[in-house]
Design a protein around this ligand. Structure first.
Ligand code: GLN
Length: 232
């Protein structure tokens, strides 16, 4: 049996900034879709969470080294990761996209990246994707840990482009981060909450129960609308 999570506190690792999924509000509190989701599920299933905002790769590693019980960080459910993690039911369908500086008129396709450097976040699906097409298009790839560094590398011209998840790029562009997209989005996996493979089955089951409840009573849709607007 999965056992009970009631009254327990779980350490949940997350990214630093991956808006609108996780970021700090004006008061410095962690907020966003993932944060509201885990807090709502914790409340409905009777457990507590201790959020550790450490960065994406660090969050994934924290679970692998058992310093955290779970990770919620817009983490894509990939076959490769399934070897090391157990994932919840998917909660958000995502995908990868390229973004360039808003004022850049020289890049219209991946072919225009020839001889240039692109950035992507350490340990992500976007980094894997960028690397997979790098030699074909003749660009080099630099991995960075944080979103703000990636975006500033593009804004300052040190990098020609950033590869990141499309809902995050869209949100940032809408907020005026100085970037734009010029290419279509690439397929990416859906997001899931993850625990170490074979561990924390009760927490995973509670997450799925809470998620299902939120999906069926409309509160999950409401949560998406809160951060993504009516088209969510
Ligand atoms: N969805 C991407 C991945 O899991 C990126 C996650 C993130 O940057 N927080 O690889």
């Amino acid at each position: 049996s999965a056992g009970s999570v009631k009254g327990k506190t779980f350490t949940i690792a997350t990214d630093t900034t991956f808006a609108p999924f996780e970021y700090r509000d004006a008061k410095g509190n962690m907020t966003g879709i993932d944060m509201d989701l885990i807090q709502s599920i914790a409340k409905s299933q009777g457990f507590k969470v201790n959020i550790k905002s450490v960065g994406f790769d660090a969050a994934v590693q924290a679970v692998q080294s058992k310093q955290a019980d779970g990770v919620i960080a817009g983490m894509s459910i990939t076959d490769e990761r399934k070897k090391a993690f157990d994932f919840s039911d998917p909660y958000f369908a995502s995908g990868i996209q390229m973004a360039i500086k808003k004022t850049d008129t020289s890049i219209k396709s991946y072919a225009d990246l020839k001889g240039k450097t692109v950035v992507a976040k350490t340990g992500t699906e976007s980094l894997t994707f960028a690397k997979s097409i790098a030699s074909k298009y003749g660009f080099s790839v630099k991995a960075l840990d944080k979103a703000d560094t990636m975006y500033s590398e593009v804004n300052t011209g040190n990098a020609a482009a950033v590869f990141d998840d499309y809902p995050v790029l869209a949100y940032g562009i809408k907020q005026g981060n100085g970037l734009k997209v010029v290419t279509a989005k690439e397929a990416g996996a859906s997001y899931g909450f993850a625990v170490l493979k074979g561990s924390n089955a009760a927490l995973l089951a509670a997450f799925n129960t809470g998620l299902e409840k939120m999906k069926s009573d409309g509160s999950y849709h409401k949560l998406l609308v809160k951060y993504l607007g009516e088209n969510a």
